[in-house]
Unconditional design. Sequence first.
Length: 388
Amino acid sequence: MSRPTIVVVGAGPAGSTTARLLAERGARVTLIEARRLPRPKLCGGGLTPKARRWLPATALATIERRVDRVELRGGRLMPLRLREADATIAMVERDRFDVALVEAAAAAGVEVRDADPVRTAIEDEAGVRVDTAHGRIRADVLIAADGEPSQIARELGVESPPARRALALEVDLPFPSQPPPDTAVVSFSVPAGYAWSFPKADHANIGVATADPRRYRLLRADLARFARTLGLAVDARRVRGHWIAVGLRTGALATRRTVLVGDAAGAADPLFGEGISYAMRSGALAAATVEDRMAGRMTDLRAYDKRLRRDLGPAFRRLAAIARAVECSVTLVLLTLWISGSVRRVAVDVVAGRRPPYAFREPAPEHISAGTQADLDRVPAKHAAMLS
Ligand SMILES: Cc1cc2nc3c(=O)[nH]c(=O)nc-3n(C[C@H](O)[C@H](O)[C@H](O)COP(=O)(O)OP(=O)(O)OC[C@H]3O[C@@H](n4cnc5c(N)ncnc54)[C@H](O)[C@@H]3O)c2cc1C
């Protein structure tokens, strides 16, 4: 059989990971990114251990800080300070991190085209046709990794709302004087959402998110209020915002020749809006499904929809239930964490992705490679220790 040709639209974590995994399996892959790389991406840049298995050495080397202390705030309680070496959050800046993932894809043989927005995408009997600012490409398969909202999903007539859509605002500020820069702060002070302070190498990323549309217009005030609790002032002109599609889209996530991955599939979690690890996981499932089709084990790609829902659905449903419990009484939820060591243990396992259904249920198929031991061996020692 001739080498399958695949076009991946969008060079975020979902697109680069899918492209790399497919190229490693022998496909001819073109990764098309609308913007000139490196490009900024609004994001707290917090990576949980769930992302670890798909991180190539180039991406590990961009980790700026490893945080194992989290201060949980909310309700009428004193802040709860947790220290958990097993559930460290690795902090990255998305421009550097995303380029590192693209570099790993390019090293695997992916042709990368940046500053080349895709304008239209059409699926027909012969394959897919993608028109970009610089020309036309035909391929066997299209991976839509173009984020939220997904223009490709709209083009192909599979656009649908996510279970919920959160609005998130963020701003980079100097480190607060308290807590120290080895500690992340998560505050459930925002209705139907939360606020965060994530320490990077030389500054803190401060943000707020809410999934309640009635709170959208109050979100700037929520951000300023949270920053004040850290002794920081927000310059409103530097605040930026974007949507996070959480809980998976309600409509089809695949057609005969196209799959939606990452934010294009609405694959961020309903409690924290964590999306990077799920973007990579959906990419791994997409690559496995494309490989099954190319090997003749299935006739088209629609099985991906079921695979992704089976894989992420149970965890997302539980996280949505926890989000609802926090909305009802954050004091009660945090009190339970204060009192019960076993509940704290479960919470840490959720972040680390260690127990079902928060762990990715089935191991990635063996033929899908990850950050291999060889990759890790090439990482400078100071970075290799960072994702434990
Ligand atoms: C404020 C904020 C904070 C967040 N914090 C965190 C966090 O701390 N941790 C976490 O895990 N998640 C976080 N998230 C969620 C996370 O950013 C996303 O889930 C993640 O980026 C999804 O990756 P992706 O590859 O699917 O999409 P993206 O990263 O959005 O990448 C999509 C790419 O497609 C490109 N593109 C779009 N249209 C076209 C086109 N027509 N042609 C070609 N290219 C196109 C875009 O330029 C972009 O590069 C946050 C989100 C926000 C908004």
